[in-house]
Design a protein around this ligand. Structure first.
Ligand SMILES: Nc1ncnc2c1ncn2[C@@H]1O[C@H](COP(=O)(O)OP(=O)(O)OP(=O)(O)O)[C@@H](O)[C@H]1O
Length: 711
């Protein structure tokens, strides 16, 4: 049967034509000799491989036919109205780039006019960007294989935005190369990353083209379609669901590579980490249909969206509801812990004993989030306020007591507390332990565990009874607590492809900074970074990165976190507006959204992001009062027809066309008091998380970002 190789089509087609194109391609992939398809060569075509095919009376597909491996292969270039299709088919040529070995579709110029003279660089005071970076025509043309006319335009591009615009005009490897050139990266590094090598021509030109089409960098633009279902999904999706089909060569590498132990993939917001995880989940399931794969993340909402993405990528991948079954089990990290405990039944008592030092057969519920407050209110501790507060106690419990399985006062006197800013002498340790003992007593009385306790208990149970998964994939790793990591470590045996962790320490908005090596997860030498942002425009990305300036970030291996992300897209600069009062702020937000709606933006693609639930309700109500269709989004899934108002925490992992960030920089009186009462190290960390939250929120905007600051 013929193989279909899809490309990113240069011209978009609408729904009804898409449906016909799909029928045409399905029939072609079943049998290219089917009558009615009219697969025909074109006279005087620049490329003898070019074929047109009949989509309907009016539309034609333009394709290249390659013969190899005993079958025919059709590289589908696009669908055009009949006359345009014939004209395109005459001009296009598929060839192997002689310098970098990648496939290239080029259009020949029909007229005999001489090639345009190179345009002189515009008269600007500064040298063009690439010239400033020391790039030369030889670098671009002879070492990287950039076509000379594109190289000339790139070398003339005055700044990064102009180069981005040029990159956006070129699909696939050429666009990626132009983005890479805008960084100060050495040419050798770019060559290595995109695996560029001069082709070795054989006697069979079609076979050479097929080899070239299979190279990793080629697959950012050309995708071999495995079967009819896949074909249908590719065509039905808007923009052919680029993330599902056309992966960046680096993404593709992390999807399929075998890792000899835990692997960490870091990368800024929007660099496609989640996309890699979802593809990797499918790749592992395909490689071994019996494999028990766990895909987990920090919250239930994020887990839901991973489930949806995996089903969209490939509905055939089984997603068992129960841990331990073949397929990809997707669950939030805390519900994973809960299900391990539930499934253990009364056998969990030993694990509870090992963590808490008391026997409880079946913990029934979740400790309330206000528990530390209750403990403090009921105590007459003499500890200073910098220690006797919920933030310190819950961090001490989660970061020191639970991961070290501290069960009594003696254990606590001896335990090491690396990385905890506040020093505790013996008397203070004893007083802190009194509060911890009171906390445990309350939980014991109502039969509850908190999230970190549950993960520790699950970890102990797994350590005693054995792993329940063959591969574990983790998203949002920066937010997980030590006992979560202990549980994940025990969930899978230490072997190849055991743990694959996606994380971005700039986006840590929940937990404390931790070091993976302390919890048995040794990454050394197996960590890589994605650097190309697919979501956000370069302008929005610059704003979001600016928010992080001044903070010191350290990754899960205690190394300074690096920045240096690039964006694949360009757009208007973010607009930062000041509001004198709450009313002025609400008016400003309503006016901005009304303008966007009047321009035809769909309401559900607009989000207003705020700090807390109280503010969320206030903004949603204010918008409705001002006749803006809006909806406050909590745990529920956002629905169509209304502008979404949600907390910045809730927006984690999501994206919107247009975003308003409300009350940025504003701190309520209560928050000021809370921060003022913290120890210096705890306060600095809280400030770092606040910056990260603004970074997360700003990086949700695909196209336009409006920031409203309260003066
Ligand atoms: N190869 C690709 N081609 C086109 N779009 C892509 C590609 N990879 C990722 N994207 C798109 O980029 C956006 C961000 O991807 P993704 O959510 O995986 O990034 P992330 O690194 O997990 O982001 P965050 O850390 O902010 O959650 C999504 O819209 C995704 O569809």
């Amino acid at each position: 049967m013929p193989t279909i190789i899809m490309t990113k089509w240069p011209v978009k087609i609408d729904g009804s034509v898409k449906a016909k194109a799909m029928t045409f391609l399905q029939r072609l992939s079943a049998d290219d000799t089917t009558p009615g398809l009219h697969v025909e060569p074109i006279e005087n075509a620049a490329d003898p491989r070019v074929r047109t095919g009949r989509v309907d009376q009016f539309w034609r597909a333009v394709m290249f036919r390659l013969d190899g491996d005993g079958d025919s292969h059709y590289v589908v270039h696009g669908v055009w109205p009949h006359d345009d299709a014939i004209s395109v088919a005459r001009r296009v040529r598929l060839k192997v780039n002689p310098v970098n070995g990648l496939p290239q579709i080029e259009e020949t110029v029909e007229t005999a006019s001489p090639p345009p003279a190179p345009t002189p660089p515009p008269a600007v005071a500064e040298k063009p960007l690439l010239v400033q970076l020391g790039r030369t025509t030889e670098d671009l043309v002879d070492r990287l294989g950039v076509p000379p006319d594109v190289a000339q335009r790139a070398l003339n591009a005055p700044d990064e935005d102009a180069l981005l615009d040029l990159a956006q005009q070129h699909e696939g490897w050429l666009g990626l190369l132009l983005l890479d050139l805008a960084t100060a990266e050495p040419i050798e590094k770019i060559t290595e990353r995109l695996e560029l090598t001069a082709p070795v021509a054989s006697a069979d030109a079609d076979a050479d083209l097929l080899t070239s089409l299979r190279k990793p960098a080629a697959q950012a633009q050309f995708a071999f379609i495995d079967d009819q279902d896949e074909l249908r999904r590719v065509i039905e999706e808007e923009d052919f669901g680029a993330w599902r089909i056309f992966l960046h060569p680096e993404q593709r590498r992390y999807v399929s590579r075998t890792t000899s132990g835990p692997f960490r993939l870091s990368g800024g917001a929007g660099t496609g980490k989640t996309v890699v995880l979802v593809h990797r989940g499918r790749a592992l399931a395909r490689r071994d249909p019996q494999a028990r794969i766990v895909l987990t993340t920090f919250t239930t909402n994020l887990a839901e969206s991973l489930r949806d993405s995996l089903a969209l990528l490939d509905p055939r991948v089984p997603q068992p509801a129960r841990l331990g079954e073949a397929g990809v089990h997707v669950a939030g990290i805390d519900s994973l812990a809960a299900s391990i405990i539930r499934a253990a039944g009364s056998d969990i008592a030993a694990a509870v004993q090992a963590v808490l030092g008391d026997a409880r057969s079946a913990p029934t519920g979740r400790a309330p989030a206000t528990r530390w407050r209750e403990v403090l209110d009921a105590s007459s501790t003499s500890l200073p306020a910098k220690i006797a507060n919920e933030t310190f106690l819950s961090a001490e419990y989660t970061l020191v007591v639970l991961p070290n399985r501290v069960k009594n006062e003696d254990d606590y006197r001896r335990v090491r507390r690396p990385g905890r800013g506040v020093a505790l002498d013996r008397a203070k340790r004893d007083s802190v332990w009194e509060l911890i003992a009171a906390y445990r007593a309350l939980n014991r009385m109502d039969g509850t565990l908190d999230f970190a306790e549950a993960a520790a208990v699950a970890a102990e149970h797994l350590t005693a009874t054995g792993p329940q998964a063959d591969h574990v994939l983790v998203d949002e790793g920066q937010d997980l607590a030590p006992t979560h990591w202990q549980m994940l470590r025990a969930l899978v045996a230490e072997t190849d492809d055991d743990l694959f962790i996606a994380e971005d320490s700039h986006q840590r908005i929940y937990g404390a900074r931790i070091v993976l090596g302390r919890y048995g997860i040794r990454i050394v030498g197996r960590s890589q970074r994605l650097t190309l942002n697919y979501r956000t425009t370069a302008q929005n990305l610059r704003y979001a990165m600016g928010v992080l300036d001044g903070g010191t970030y350290v990754d899960l291996e205690e190394q300074p976190e690096v920045t240096g992300y690039r964006s694949a897209r360009s757009g208007p600069p973010p607009s930062v507006q000041k509001a004198e009062s709450l009313i002025a702020e609400l008016d400003l937000i309503a006016d901005q959204i009304t303008t966007w709606l009047a321009d035809g933006t769909l309401p559900e693609t607009i989000a207003v992001l705020v700090h807390d639930r109280f503010q969320r309700e206030r903004v949603a109500n204010a918008l409705i009062e001002r006749d803006v269709p809006a909806r406050s989004v909590d745990r529920d899934k956002p629905a169509a027809g209304r502008v979404l108002v949600m907390t910045m925490h809730r927006a984690k992992g999501m994206e919107f066309t247009k975003v308003v960030l409300a009350d940025v920089g504003f701190q309520s009186a209560a928050e000021k008091v809370r921060l003022g009462g913290l120890d210096e190290s705890e306060r600095l960390d809280a400030e770092l998380r606040a910056r990260s939250l603004t970074y997360v929120a700003a990086s949700r905007a695909r196209d336009e970002l409006v920031v409203v600051q309260r003066s």
